[in-house]
Design a protein around this ligand. Sequence first.
Ligand code: CA
Length: 528
Amino acid sequence: MTPRLFTFFLIALGLTACQGAADSGSNQKPMNVLYIMADDLAYQAISAYGSDISKLAPTPNIDRIAQNGARMDAVYCTNSICGPSRSSILTGKFSHENGFYKNVDGGDFDGSQLTFPKIFQANGYETAVIGKWHLGTEPTGFDYSKVLINWGGQGTYFKPVFCVNGTDTVTEYRRHSTQVIEDDCIDWLSQRDGDKPFMLLYQFKAPHRDWRPDSMYHDLFTDFDFPVPETFDDDYAGRLAASENMMEIENHLNRRDMKQEPPAGLETRRDSMRWLSYGDQGQFWTPNDTLQGEELKHWKYQTYIKDYLRCVAGVDRAIGRVLDYLEESGLDENTLVVYTSDQGFYLGEHGWFDKRWMYEESFKMPFVIQCPGVIEPGSTSDAMAMNVDFAPTLLDFAGLDVPDEMQGESFKSALDGGGVAPRSSVYYHYYEYPKWHKVQPHYGIRTDRFKLMHFYYSMDEWELYDMEADPLEMNNLYAEADPELVATLKAELDSIRRLYGDDGSLEQMKLMTDTVIQRVYTEPSKAK
Ligand code: CA
């Protein structure tokens, strides 16, 4: 869309949307929106979801949102990596439509597109994004932005560098990244223009790799070890794509992940970096001569999971602070609060860390939401939803119209007692290969009962799971399944691909993986 057409579109949208908001309750205060998102924070690490791990490392503040409102159990990411998920969330469109479908060689997010923050802004909301952005280009649609820009936009846990309103850069020397974002969120809320409703994206870097917690959490979990998940020693039998992965706790965690210190005597920074990343490609290393085999694998797991959960503890604290602020200021009564993560993550399931696969742990997103007077406290929902549905849902809760060009649909009616979920299946497509972790590009469909996936890049492999009989996805049924069931699922997959316009040939899809899209973004070097 040209800039001029886009401006016209926003104006037209603003007119209709304001009417929608006015109709939704003439003597009610407008609904504020607080959208909280962590990075790589798996549902298995949230105690509201009840996993064994989370019983030992509870998240009372994320749980508060579920207690005040609803926990959703079937919300899925459409492309399980950072930038692509964030782009789908902002635009309400799948990766192939919004254009940002890979983190590696995938360019940057096109910020001239229509996004939900722009719609809130056009409808009189004061809008802001604070914390992780990771889309390369400058945030658009916000009255205020303060986002991480160093380390390729990932930001760092310590000495993080932020860019304020696209111009000023500031390095934080004393506080941990989570603490900075937490303080900034409270500052912005307390200093904003109180006459307008607000829409705030409050987004953490934590608990992204390399899992470096605030020192205040170093003593957590020192007196016990976490149980390993049931599929920790998976041998990937019957799953060729999974067998080729490079994201195993046993074989692919590097020295930096395990908080090793480079030995004295390395001459250059490059030598140190190489020493720290040793292990990425499956190179064997051990922290001492005695730790080997199973013992070494378990040491790596405990080191990983404890640092990960210490980072989660910081996120939970920061969420508690803003919930307290809303309650103390009375804002909680007319504020929609969402907590989610840009995707799920493996906490040792299948022997893995990282994400990317359409297997449940990385495909499913945690999603808890509170909205007083609209969502029944303590409710749960198994309505199927996708990250492209977030934008329409937030707009819907605020009484704003959802533009036709968004591919997602609002799932408000699954939460407000008004009816059923909008969909009977969800769609997935992952493109990035071979960096990082050698996860074969694949697409697939999940219904409430079955999951069908096609790994197509340098193999032609199908996988089918009965999610009721085999929720851990260890038994690929594709070769032995009833041909009628396979045909039905393939027809549904074809149909959903056509519906979303992602029905190109395998050659076209492979070309998308191979295409190198240069970044236009360069990290500002003038950081103070
Ligand atoms: Ca992420």
